[in-house]
Ligand binder design. Sequence first.
Ligand code: RB5
Length: 144
Amino acid sequence: MKWYAGSDHAGLELRRELVAVLRDRGEEVEDLGTDSPESVDYPDYGQAVAKRVVAESALGLLVCGTGNGIAMSANKVKGARAALVTESFTARMARMHNDANIIVFGSRVVGAGTAAEALKAFCDAEFEGGRHQRRVDKMMAAEE
Ligand code: RB5
C-alpha cells in the first residue's frame, strides 16, 4: 500500500522519524513536506495528503503540533477518514473499526517512541468490515 506523508513546521521532525519507521518496514512513502522549519499552514499539507490518499486508495501520515488542525483539514476532503491518535490501542481500532485511511499525530503531545508504536499498530491492523462497514457507510453518507 502506498503512503503519503505531510506535516506543518511543528510536525516536521516527528514526521521525518515516522516516515523512516514506515520505510524501515518496507512501505513506499511519498513525503509531501514541509521540508523547512519555517512557519507554514497545516491545511495545505493536510489537504494535499488527503487528496492523494483518496484519489489513489492509499494511506496517509500527518503531523502538526496538536494533530487537530491537520486532522480537521484532512477530514474536509471527501473520502478522507483521518484519525488523531496518541497511543497504540486507538491507532489499531481506528483501522479495525473506523477504516481510517490517515493516521495523525500531535508532535507536541506524543513522544516519538509512542508514536512509532502506534503507527506500527495501525499498519498491522485490518478493517474488520461487518457491522463496522455499516457504520462507516453511515458516516461517509453525511458527505453527500
Ligand atoms: C502551529 O503553531 C500549530 O498551530 C499547529 O501545528 C497545530 O497544532 C494546529 O492544530
